[in-house]
Structure formats: C-alpha cells, structure tokens
Ligand binder design. Structure first.
Ligand code: PMP
Length: 416
C-alpha cells in the first residue's frame, strides 16, 4: 500500500470477518461496554493511532510554509490526505476538497461565503424539518444578515420528507437547498439523488449534510451531482476537529473567503489583500495536519473493508434491531419508521422520559444517546421532548443487540 495514497488498496471481495474487525477497536474489543452512540461519534481503530504515532515520530512539522525537509514531507502527507478524501467521495479534482473543523464548520463556511456572494433581501434558502441545528442556525444567521427567508420541507408522520410539497417550495427566489442525507435523529435516508435532480430542474444548487451518510455508505459526489457536501471525520472512525467541505469548483472557487490569515492569502498589503484559489482559500491558519493524515489512513481502512459491505452490515443490524423492538416491545413507540433507514433507531418508552431510560441503560453498561439530538424543530414536529437513540456501527454485533433487549426489558420493569 503506498503511504502517500493509501486508498489505492484494492477493494476486498472476500467474506468479511467482522469479529476480526471489532478487534481493531481498542475501546470496545474484549470490553463489556455496548457502544450504541455511534451517531454522536464513532470509536477509533488502531490504524488511526498508528498513523498519528508514525507522523509524530517521523515526519511532523507545519505544512506549506517550510523549505526544510520535514515541512515538505508533512506537506506531501497532508496533500496526499486531501487526494485520499477526494478519491473516497469521487471528487473530480482534489482542490474541491477543503479541510474544515467538522460538518458544523463546513456549513458555517458555506452559509457565510455563499450568503455574501449570492443572497439578496427577499431570497429564500430551502431546508427540511429534519435538519440538525448545524444545518439550520448558520443559514438563519446569514438570512438575518441579508434579509433572506428560510423555507422548510415538512416531515411526514413516518419520518420521511413530504416530497409532494417540493414544487410549491421551490421557485425563482430559492437560492439554495441545504439538506441532510441521513437523519441523525431518525435514521431516515432521504432520496438525495432525486432531490438534487428536482432542485437542479429549478436551477437551485444543493448542499448535502452528509455527516450521517459518509460513515455508512459509499459517497460519489459526481454521481449524485451535489454542488456542496459536508461531513465530519470523527463520525467515521477518524479524529475530532476535522471535517470536509466539498464544492464543485466553478461554484466554490468564486465565493469570498470566510476566515482570513495563513495559507488562504495570495498577497497581503495594508491597502488590499488578494486570496488563493481552491482549496487554500478556505483553509485559514494552521490546519489539523495530524488529523488529516490519520484520517487518510482510516479512510484506507474503511475502503479496504468496503463501504458497500459496511452499508450492508449496518442496514442489516439496524433493521434487525428495529424489527425486534417493534415486535417484542408494545411498551415502546418507534419514532421514525421510514422505509429507507440506516444505523439509527429512535424510540420512547411510553410514559417515561428518555433520560430515565438512558440512565438505566447506562447502569447496565450500554451507551445510547437521549434528548433532542440537536434537532429541536423535529422533536417539536412530533410533540416530544426527545428520544432514546441507539446508533449502530459495523463493529457492533447481533449478540450486543440481544443483550440490549434484555437490558431494555429490565429497564422497563424498573421504571414500573
Ligand atoms: N449534521 C448532522 C446530521 C449530524 O449528525 C451532526 C453531528 N451530530 C452534525 C451535522 C454536526 O457535526 P459536527 O458536530 O461534527 O460538526
């Protein structure tokens, strides 16, 4: 495997030993903990630690600015990481991949820069009712600054989008559709290729929040034809504080910068500063060098398992979880029952606050998330304070699901 382009490793077609893969994760392998909080952040494999250690021991320095050997080696590795990400999402050009601090940072960057370039008073940004706050608040801040309005695609009772409402919501004033691919609260997989086609028919560019899609399925930005796409490394077995903002070059490059300083400049004078093109235009200051390099190794690791295989396993685990929950627990209400979903199962134990359920599960060594999951408008839509959310990853097992249900049964008895 080439060190500079680790993703060049061939995709495997052999049957996968998921137990061996689980053994790659030091915090869960051989431990009693059942970790079902993967949508919040996923666990880290040994390759992540090894890549960090390797760079710290052999080739760490600041990037881009140094003539010395170490700085050049670090720069080569950092830029190779960008290529690895570009390949992972099938970007046409690695310059279209900007490293950010995470999905939230990516969307703030786009909302500011796109807003400055394109938004006039009275314009509209179209979102959906199942967005994470990270895909609502940056647009609201921009809309308030620019006198624009937010429109919202409604969510149906089963947790899918009301596609029939689309035509009435799109028009000449709609300047962007920004939409989550996989809901972090419900697990719903939105029909992103269809929605992009539909928006493009109105001449509306589309930004995809892929924070919960990139960890669970192959992403091909050219095939879906999205204009912008964001995701976080820490939800895909990589580091915190690192994310990606992808954008089609002809739309992304002309946008004004969001932050100033460091590598984003071309020439600084007190009278006027000129800026770099992509990708440096949007990478002010010293980037997360170690994180990006380690993330490239993690992407190689995931690609080696195969994102299709990961998707198939996670769909199977989460649908088995969902089925058993619905069949065997009449005391439970499933929230979000859309036909297409992955990884996330959200529910309520009737008559009980999700927090109480979460604490009792934690007492039995099970990590789930409870609350509004940063989707307060979605919780309001269902008239609930929050949910209990189990979110599964490929390193989880059917046996853990069985143990979860024993613990849930006990939790319901204790609550009575
Ligand atoms: N969008 C979605 C769908 C998410 O699930 C999350 C994280 N929960 C975010 C955005 C924000 O990601 P981050 O906190 O990594 O910036």
């Amino acid at each position: 495997m080439s060190q500079l382009n680790p993703i060049a490793a061939p995709y495997t077609t052999a049957p996968i030993d998921w137990n061996a893969i689980r053994a790659d994760f030091p915090l869960i392998a051989g431990h009693d903990l059942i970790y079902f909080d993967n949508a919040a952040s996923s666990q880290k494999p040994k390759v992540f630690l090894e890549a960090m250690e390797n760079m710290v021991k052999n080739s760490y320095a600041n990037v881009h600015r140094g003539v010395h050997r170490l700085s050049q080696q670090a720069t080569d590795q950092y830029e190779a990481a960008r290529k690895t990400v570009a390949k992972f999402i099938n970007a046409a050009d690695e310059a279209e991949v900007v490293f950010t601090g995470g999905t939230t940072d990516s969307i703030n960057t786009l909302a500011y820069s796109f807003g400055e370039a394109h938004i006039q008073p009275g314009d509209e940004i179209l979102l959906s009712g199942m967005e994470h706050h990270a895909n609502i608040v940056p647009w609201q801040l921009m809309a308030e600054r620019k006198g624009a309005h937010i429109k919202v695609i409604p969510v149906l009772e089963n947790g899918s989008l009301d596609l029939e409402a689309l035509d009435a919501l799109m028009g000449p004033k709609t300047k962007l559709l920004s939409l989550v691919w996989v809901s972090n609260s419900l697990g719903t997989v939105n029909p992103i290729p269809y929605l992009i086609q539909k928006a493009h028919a109105y001449g509306i560019p589309v930004m995809v929040d892929a924070a919960q899609a990139a960890p669970h399925m192959p992403i091909d930005v050219q095939a879906i034809d999205c204009d912008f796409l964001a995701f976080s490394a820490h939800k895909m077995c990589g580091p915190t504080g690192l994310g990606v903002l992808y954008g089609k070059r002809h739309l992304f490059e002309p946008l004004p910068p969001y932050r100033g300083g460091g590598d984003m400049i071309d020439r600084v004078r007190f009278e006027k500063t000129t800026f770099q093109g992509l990708p440096f235009r949007f990478e002010a200051g010293t980037p997360h060098i170690l994180g990006a390099v380690a993330f490239a190794s993690v992407l190689a690791y995931l690609s080696n398992i195969g994102m299709r295989q990961i998707e198939a396993r996670e769909r199977q685990l989460s649908s088995s979880f969902r089925q058993q929950l619905q069949q065997n627990f009449p005391e439970v209400n499933a929230i979000g029952t859309a036909a297409d979903s992955v990884s996330v199962v959200s529910f309520l134990v009737k008559g009980h606050h999700p927090m109480d359920v979460g604490v009792l599960l934690d007492n039995q060594n099970i990590a789930v998330r409870t609350g509004h999951h940063c989707c307060q408008p979605l919780m309001d839509r269902f008239g609930i304070p929050g949910t209990v959310r189990a979110s599964l990853a490929f390193y989880n097992t059917e046996e853990e699901i069985e143990r979860f249900f024993v613990a849930l049964r006990k939790t319901i008895q204790l609550l009575r």
